[in-house]
Design a protein around this ligand. Structure first.
Ligand code: BGC
Length: 458
């Protein structure tokens, strides 16, 4: 690799991953803000759910269009416009005079999040050399968790003064940095070549690789582009189906095991457990966010060493145990004093288990298991599914706790988690150490995914 090019790549990925930070910040900030918005506008449970889920509805819409617009306009322009939307949404929501306006601007932010959740990892993967790609793409998930923790901290610092408006407004700062940063960065060479802008692509590649390697790199990118792009119909072909099912099912299990009821409603859950002040409930939530960041670092360390499946088994077992424990705690009113303790422990253990398993592995696997010519479409479908399930879970959580009770709700998630473990055992492949081409070749032989690597090992 060319001298100094590593720092160019790190900087480029770091700036693009600010989109991940905004994803995390803008989804996390609502957990604290909602406590004050609810009080100020005297909202009932169903109205609270609408405010919380507006972002998610927007994200479904944004993710659905992201594949088409990033191919048409390029990754760079799309990320700049997305950052602009983040800024407009943050300022708009912070100035809102009524709940309707908050919902509208949160919807705009949601669209930005949906587009960013697809485009940032795509752009990063396209500007990274293969040997750094895994770590750099996972940087995006790490930035999501950092964004969540920053939002919790902001919520905590501002919670004394009921300043939910500032909680929203501060989201404009990273958005503006992203706009400026992206203007300074170059377009993805892969996209330029796909648009026949060969000279421009050459200039950009020259920044990160020695002159003599450029021709070979250009040829390999051009080669991969000549593979005919698959249609939506092609996604349903029997040999691709196993990958399609794994991507959508992992999206389901990542969301339907309740992660975002913790991320968005942690302070609310702590208040259920008897924490009196909003401030203390939010402080406990900051701790949860920090654990999420630290355990994501642990996951990145182990993901290529232990492999994906062992992490899924360990993490999801931990999630099931902690969800069961939370249900138990809420089911025994006699333990009121201990309830606080058990709730905090349950939530922390749950988040740590998620962060080493379903958190990063969903986003990583959807970038690994699809054949090249349908990768864009399949990834955006899995992303839409993820946001769709997220919206359903977030918008039903409070209603579920009213109907099933708090214990019943956590046990419901426990059951889904146990089914998820069985699903991983039966259908999820171990992709560790396999090149993307090997995975694709295995699928093409109509062998599904699960047997990946097993024959070779025999
Ligand atoms: C999920 C988000 C979640 C976040 C928490 C991501 O992988 O897609 O829904 O809020 O992890 O860290």
């Amino acid at each position: 690799m060319k001298k100094g090019s590593k720092s160019v790549i790190y900087m480029t990925a770091g700036i693009a991953a600010l989109a991940g930070l905004l994803f995390g910040y803008d989804t996390g900030v609502i957990s604290g803000a909602i406590l004050f918005i609810k009080d100020q506008f005297k909202l009932v449970s169903s109205a609270v759910e609408v405010v919380v889920s507006a972002v998610l509805l927007g994200a479904v819409i944004g993710a659905a269009f992201s594949g088409a617009i990033t191919d048409r306009f390029g990754r760079k322009k799309v990320l700049i416009v997305t950052a602009l939307l983040f800024a407009i949404g943050a300022i708009g929501a912070s100035l809102a005079a009524n709940v309707g306006v908050i919902i509208f601007f949160r919807l705009i932010i949601g669209i930005a999040i949906g587009v960013a959740s697809y485009t940032a990892p795509l752009y990063i993967s396209e500007i990274s050399p293969p040997e750094m790609r895994g770590a750099l793409v996972s940087l995006n998930q790490l930035m999501i968790t950092c964004g969540i923790v920053v939002s919790y901290l902001v919520d905590y610092v501002l919670s004394g003064a009921d300043q939910w408006r500032w909680m929203f407004a501060l989201g404009a700062i990273p958005a503006v940095i992203l706009i400026i940063g992206m203007i300074a960065l170059s377009e993805s060479p892969r996209w330029l070549i796909s648009r026949n802008m060969i000279a421009e692509a050459r200039v950009i590649l020259a920044r990160v690789m020695p002159q003599e390697k450029i021709d070979a790199e250009m040829r390999s990118i051009q080669g991969s582009l000549t593979a005919k792009e698959g249609s939506w119909k092609e996604l349903l072909q029997p040999w691709i189906r196993p990958a399609l099912i794994v991507g959508i099912a992992l999206a389901f299990f990542q969301q339907a095991t309740g992660i975002n009821t913790i991320i968005y409603y942690a302070p609310t859950i702590f208040e259920f457990a008897g924490f009196e002040s909003h401030k203390v409930a939010i402080l406990a939530t900051v701790g949860v966010g920090v654990v999420n960041v630290l355990m994501t670092v642990v996951a990145i360390w182990f993901i290529d060493r232990l492999g994906r499946k062992p992490l899924l088994y360990i993490g999801m077992t931990g999630m099931a145990i902690s969800l069961g424990l939370l249900g138990l705690a809420f089911n025994m009113p006699s333990i009121t004093g201990a309830l606080k303790m058990i709730t905090v422990l349950g939530v922390v253990f749950y988040i740590a288990s998620f962060a080493i398993s379903l958190g990063p592995i969903f986003w990583l696997m959807i970038a690994e298991i699809y054949p090249l010519n349908v990768r864009g479409r399949a990834m955006s479908l899995a992303t839409v599914a993820n946001w769709g399930f997220n919206a359903i879970v977030a918008s039903t959580f409070l209603t579920l706790t009213d109907k099933l009770g708090k214990a019943g709700t956590f046990w419901f998630y426990t059951i889904i988690c146990v089914i998820g473990i069985a699903f991983c055992y039966l259908y999820v492949p171990e992709t560790k150490g396999h090149s993307l081409e090997e995975i694709e070749a295995h699928l093409r032989k109509n062998k599904g995914l699960r047997s990946l690597g097993l024959e070779e090992a025999k």
